[in-house]
Each structure stands twice: as structure tokens, then as C-alpha cells.
Design a protein. Structure first.
Length: 564
């Protein structure tokens, strides 16, 4: 790991002390504070700059970033719109504007801003990557292949630190994913100073820390809460400490998490303050439950607040980061053939790596017509996020619809005009657009109730269903998937495998289409399959959180041992 640059804040503060009337000095300080994760200090510096130079676009842009970091997204959008109007030729400001337009729900305007940024610097692969990722979310597949080729070539040439999470949606291999993550980690490491080495273990219970922005009504909270409760009940000699980057959301999940662990509120704190809070708790093994997934704090992990740091659950790929020592997985999702493409040491659980909330309530299903579903006919579904619905996965699902008369495809409603674009794609494919049904986002219990109507979940490729696959299996809906060659492409397959339903993991698109059509045309076989899913859910190991807690505790104890 290269020696990081010095913290720029002392020099920036010294400059404003010498030049208190310089707007640019205050802008530089604001930038340094924001990079350190201190949004409030960054905002104060930017406001001082604007008092000295009203309307300065660089100050407005950084003010918008500071407001966004504090969750004040409408204010951030106003600041960044003003900055973009004052500097229409600045691609970076267009990107920041696009980010905050995403947050305020102006999906199509965000796409326009990303497109303007890319048009201003078409040779810059990072801007191409931003445009590509957002167009995937909008199911806007214009120039998809060209943009993807530009981004992948930049990674192969080691020319750009592309966001690794977005790169998981590209049809890239595990070696490319490692290169992408390594470039991003290297860029971050140059600007982060690690804490002094952690002291030796003091004996007693092992303190396991978990860092995430998802401790609440979020997939991470939904997946982990029952595990933490089982760990608490098992008295396994493991103290669980949650470091919540997200504020209290008032959800029942947050309450359960707080009841089962020591939950530390660190939302809004600077990266160094979060790292020091983790260090102060004497954490032995720290699990990164966000990784490169956005909204996390990789800078905190780069400071090395714990002696052992682990990539687990939230980021389905390698971190590529020298500050992450191990990845927790299972033998299906991360087989030996994939291990050379992970920067971490691989630690495998004897069961599926993904826990689940076994206290999820599934209310009675509303009537089919209340869900927009026809009174009769097979209901195929795919409730994956819209960025996973690429042309290959959608065309595969459309082929299934054509083979099962009267069937429908039930999808999660996407941002902006995504639903309309999918309907237009159906029409262009010779399929009645009315056979696509869209579910608006629901509270989790209501979503599970509606999921009772789904007969078969049709997975996506190369980015699988993860939490959505667990939800489907929990309510008894079988999941059909085609496992790929990367971690992200094997999660649904892992769940099927550990449920004892390997026959739902097929080899290729042809087998996927044929099996879905065969089940759709055979109500008896489909009913028997659904009954088998329900029985295995009840009696198998996939949803056994007491067993998971025992295996997880054993893994934590092994990780906490000093290397021989």
C-alpha cells in the first residue's frame, strides 16, 4: 500500500488564516472537509466562500455536495442547479447535479445531466460509466454496448477508477472485476492515512463490528437482524457492535437490531471520527457490510480501525482493497476457480453465506385485481432492481411469456420512464405490452403479501437476485436462475443449492426458457415445485438462523485468531 498523501485540511486551514478574504482559499478548505467526510464543516467553508464571492460555481457545487451528504437533497439540487447554470461547460458539476437529481427523484433530468457531462468530455471513461449505470436503471439501452465497451477497455488499460458496484452489471469476468476494484481502492488509498496499529487482543469475548448504512428497513437490515438475534440467544462469546452510518429510521427492523446488539450511531460523522469510534470499542473483527455499494464509508476501512477486516454480504465481489483481509462466502457462490480473482483470503461457511430474517411476517395476499394481475394465468415475476433488467435478461423472460399463453411478467416499477421503455421494448418484440405488470415499491410486509401471487421468479444475468431471491423462496415462490462465473451471478444459485433445489439452477438461456415454459404449461408440476419449496424452507438449513449463528460464530473466532 503506497504512503498516503498528508491530510490536506491543516494546510487548507492555514491558508484561510493567511488569506481570510480569499474565496478560493475557503473553497479549497470546503473541498478538503468534504473529502474527510465532515459535511457540516464543508458547508460552513462553502458559505464563507459564497459570502466573499456570491454565485461562485465551485462554491455552489461544493455547498450542494455538503447539503446532499447531510440528506438535504432539495437544497442540494437548488445549489447544484445554480452552479451548473453559472458553469455550463463544467462536466464535474453536471455529474454532481445528476447525483442529487437521482436523490430527489428527478430520474430523467439526472440522465440528461449525465449525458451533458459525457458530451462535454466524451473520452473520459468515468463519465461514460456514470451515464451507462444510470441508463441501465432507466432501462434506456441506447448506446449500451458502446458505453460498456469504453468502460471495460478503460479498466483493462488501468486508466480509470470506475465505481466497482456499477461495474458488476457489466458482462465482465471476475478478473476484470478485480482490476476495477483494485483501481478504485488504489485511488482512495492515496488520500487516506491509517490509524496507528491496533493494540493486541485483550482476552474475553470477541468483539465483532459491523459497518453499514443499511441498519434499518433496508436489505442489509432485513438480511441480518435474525442472525444478530440468534447470536445474542446463543451466548456464543461474540459481542456484536453495529456502527450505523444511516440515521434512525423509526423502523421495526432498527428496533430489533438495537435490541440484539450494541448499536452505535455514527451517521454524519467524519471518516476519521467513525474509525476512531470503532477503534475505541476494541473491535477485533470488523465486517464491511457495504463495500463499494454507495452510501458506505470505504475511507473508514482504509484507516484500519480493526486488526481484521472482512468483506461480507452487501458487496457481491472482491473489494480489491489491501485493507480488507478476508471475504466470507460459501463454496457455491465463491468456488475455488474464483478465488484467484479475489484480493481477500476466502473464508467459507458450510451453508449459504446469506442469512435471512426468519421472523418476516407474510400477511394475506390482496386480491389479484388489486395488484393489477389478471384473474387467471401464470404469474412470472422478477422483482430485481431495474439496472439488472438488461436486454439479455428481458428478452429471455419475453421468450417465456411467448411460450406460455395468458401468462404475465410482474416487475418492480422502475425510476423515471423505465416502465414505459420496457413496454415499448415488448411491443417492438411482438409482445402485448399489457402482459407486463408493474408493482410500485411497497413496505416490506405488503410486498411479501403480494409476492404470494407469483408462480415462478425469473432471475437476471449477470447480476442475480439476492435479497429478492430470499424473499421469493421465503413465501414459497421458486427461483429459476442460470448461475454465471462471478460472485454476483451465483447468489440465487447458492440459495437454490443450499435449499436442495439444484434443478432450478440451469446451464444456459435455452435451458432457462425451456424449463420456465415447461413449468408454466404444467400446473401440476408447478404446484408440486411450490410445495417442495415450502417444505424445504421449513425443514432445510437455508433459513436455520440458529445453525447459521453457530457457523458464523465459529468463523468469527477463526478470523480473530492471530496468524500462525
Amino acid at each position: 500500500m503506497s504512503t498516503p498523501d498528508a491530510d490536506p485540511r491543516p494546510a487548507a486551514r492555514a491558508r484561510v488564516a493567511l488569506e481570510p478574504g480569499s474565496a478560493m482559499a475557503w473553497i479549497v478548505l470546503g473541498d478538503a472537509e468534504l473529502e474527510a467526510g465532515d459535511a457540516r464543516a464543508g458547508e460552513a467553508a462553502c458559505r464563507r466562500a459564497l459570502a466573499l464571492a456570491p454565485g461562485h460555481p465551485e462554491a455552489l457545487a461544493r455547498l450542494g455536495r455538503a447539503q446532499s451528504m447531510q440528506g438535504r437533497h432539495p437544497d442540494a439540487a437548488a445549489s447544484l442547479r445554480a452552479a451548473a447554470a453559472a458553469a455550463p461547460g463544467h462536466p464535474g458539476i453536471q455529474v454532481w447535479l445528476a447525483h442529487v437529481l437521482e436523490d430527489v427523484g428527478e430520474a430523467e433530468a439526472a440522465a440528461d445531466a449525465y449525458a451533458r457531462a459525457h458530451a462535454l468530455a466524451p473520452g473520459e471513461p468515468q463519465l461514460a460509466a456514470y451515464l451507462l449505470a444510470w441508463r441501465r436503471k432507466l432501462c434506456d439501452w441506447r448506446e449500451l454496448d458502446r458505453l460498456s465497451a469504453q468502460v471495460r477497455q478503460a479498466v483493462r488499460d488501468r486508466r480509470a477508477a470506475i465505481e466497482p458496484f456499477a461495474f458488476l452489471s457489466e458482462d465482465a469476468g471476475a478478473a476484470e472485476q478485480l482490476a476495477c476494484a483494485g483501481l478504485r481502492a488504489g485511488a482512495l488509498a492515496r488520500h487516506v492515512r491509517p490509524l496507528p496499529p491496533a493494540p493486541a487482543r485483550r482476552g474475553g469475548a470477541i468483539r465483532a463490528g459491523f459497518l453499514s448504512n443499511g441498519f434499518g428497513a433496508h436489505p442489509t437490515g432485513l438480511l441480518t437482524v435474525a442472525l444478530f438475534e440468534a447470536l445474542q440467544a446463543a451466548s456464543a462469546g461474540i459481542e456484536a457492535h453495529l456502527f450505523a452510518l444511516n440515521p434512525e429510521d423509526g423502523s421495526r427492523i432498527r428496533q430489533r437490531l438495537a435490541g440484539a446488539t450494541a448499536l452505535h450511531e455514527v451517521a454524519g460523522q467524519s471518516h476519521r471520527d467513525v474509525a476512531q469510534a470503532i477503534r475505541a470499542r476494541g473491535i477485533d473483527v470488523l465486517f464491511d457490510l457495504r463495500g463499494w455499494g454507495g452510501g458506505g464509508a470505504p475511507e473508514v476501512l482504509a484507516m484500519r480501525p480493526a486488526p481484521v477486516q472482512v468483506n461480507w454480504l452487501a458487496y457481491p465481489g472482491t473489494s480489491g482493497a489491501p485493507w480488507i483481509d478476508a471475504v466470507l462466502a460459501d463454496a457455491f457462490v465463491l468456488p475455488e476457480a474464483l478465488a484467484p480473482h479475489f484480493s481477500e483470503r476466502v473464508v467459507r461457511l458450510p451453508r449459504a453465506f446469506q442469512p435471512s430474517d426468519t421472523r418476516r411476517e407474510v400477511p394475506p395476499a390482496p386480491a389479484r385485481d388489486a395488484c393489477g394481475l389478471p384473474a387467471e394465468g401464470v404469474v412470472f415475476c422478477c422483482f430485481n432492481n431495474s439496472y439488472k433488467l438488461n436486454p439479455r435478461s428481458v428478452d429471455r423472460a419475453f421468450a417465456v411469456l411467448r411460450g406460455v399463453p395468458g401468462s404475465v411478467l410482474w416487475l418492480l416499477s422502475g425510476p423515471g420512464q423505465a416502465d414505459g421503455r420496457l413496454r415499448a421494448h415488448a411491443a417492438a418484440s411482438g409482445l402485448d405490452p399489457a402482459r407486463l405488470v408493474f408493482m410500485p415499491k411497497q413496505a416490506h410486509a405488503e410486498y411479501l403479501a403480494r409476492l404470494r401471487h407469483a408462480d415462478l421468479f425469473l432471475d437476471t444475468h449477470p447480476y442475480n437476485a439476492h435479497t429478492t431471491a430470499s424473499d421469493a423462496l421465503w413465501v414459497g415462490c421458486p427461483v429459476l436462475t442460470c448461475p454465471g462465473e462471478t460472485f454476483a451471478a451465483r447468489v440465487a444459485g447458492s440459495l437454490n443449492h443450499h435449499l436442495g433445489l439444484d434443478e432450478m439452477n440451469v446451464a444456459d438461456d435455452t435451458a432457462f426458457i425451456d424449463k420456465a415454459i415447461a413449468l408454466g404449461r404444467d400446473p401440476t408440476a408447478l404446484a408440486a415445485l411450490r410445495a417442495e419449496v415450502a417444505a424445504r424452507r421449513r425443514d432445510g438449513s437455508l433459513f436455520d438462523m440458529a445453525g447459521f449463528a453457530r457457523d458464523f460464530a465459529a468463523a468469527v473466532r477463526a478470523l480473530a485468531q492471530p496468524p500462525v
